[in-house]
Ligand binder design. Sequence first.
Ligand SMILES: [Zn+2]
Length: 421
Amino acid sequence: MTAQVFHRTTCRLCESPNVELVVKLEPIPLSENYCDDSETGKSAARYPVDLYMCADCGHVQQLDVVDSKSLWESYTYYSGEAKGMPEHFNQVAAKIIDVYQPPAGSLVIDIGSNDGSLLRPFKNAGYGVLGIDPATEIARMATESGIETIPELMSLDLAKKIRAERGPAHVICMFNAFAHADNMGEIAESIRAMLAPDGVFIFEAQYLQDIIDRVLIATIFHEHMSHHSVKALTIFLDRHGMELIDVERVPIQHGSLIGTVQIKGGKRKGNASVQQFLDLEAQRGLDKIETLRQFAEKIQKQRERTSRLVKEWKQAGASVAGYGAARSGPTLISQLGLTGAIEYIVDDHPQKVNKYSSGDGIEILPTSELCKRMPAYTVILAWVHSGKIIETNQEYLNKGGHFVVLCPETRVVDKDGSVVI
Ligand SMILES: [Zn+2]
């Protein structure tokens, strides 16, 4: 599959041209793509995912942008299927209703609403709900299941149309997509156009501080165009007439932020959390190029160690498999020097079994094959679920297999425990 890619020359948030390359990475294939044969998988085009930092606002971002049609139209990730997400969304919705008390029956909009998992608890609580998501098949299924979803990308034209037809929204959420859009300026203007004067905009996005602290390279793929910090977001929101009134850290995706925003000068008083985050980020040098350079060195060292070890195993005749045809798979394989090392991947997802991964052309087999084939080493590519995968595959370990966990550092797990390599 080929896609249109263009290279931005300005910061996605503040539009400054002072952007500098800080983390050079291996180009990777589009990650949610499974092919019918190995050759097609291997010939998949690769696109850059290098990270840049804006010298003016400190925003860390990818500047090589894959056109949204290629990225989203045939997207197959369903938030409702991701472990723990429906519970997380239920809690988030309950908290928003409790803390911000949107008027009964008022409109709640979710941008990048996926299968409607976040809107469902609002609907159950009597609110009007509207999803917006460009993944046409997922949007259709969400609408059929009772969560009306417009199958389009967010745009200012669409925002104005929604406002004119349905009135203002008292809650606008952007939980799956706030790091996923290139046109952030237009997104901000769209939110402001739809938001009621006393409404709130609430986003969740992976936090740059966690990405650096935990070396979360598995989360660096084309969809993740922005790696947000509170400082850069504060400057960005101010440019668009809005302000952060609350920020909290949540463990989703190994470290995310939930931020609450109102129209500047709105009726709500911001709490101390925003300044606390700004102080913490200043103390940690999160807006300094040097901090990102150190992160790049850490990745390089992990790559050297991991690829050397896997090479040694292969040379000794050991078989190496992968566990989980996850979104993070192509990234981990490419960035940690595992290209060509993994013989097959086990995964039970019905849309992936018996297909081939994009980029490496690796066959995907059902997980029941793991104990039958007994690869000596199984690299966990679905990194978020490492603990659960190890827990549920004790038989494989007891029979002498090893799991290789890649985040935050590479370690090998056998039936007796784990060793960092
Ligand atoms: Zn900037």
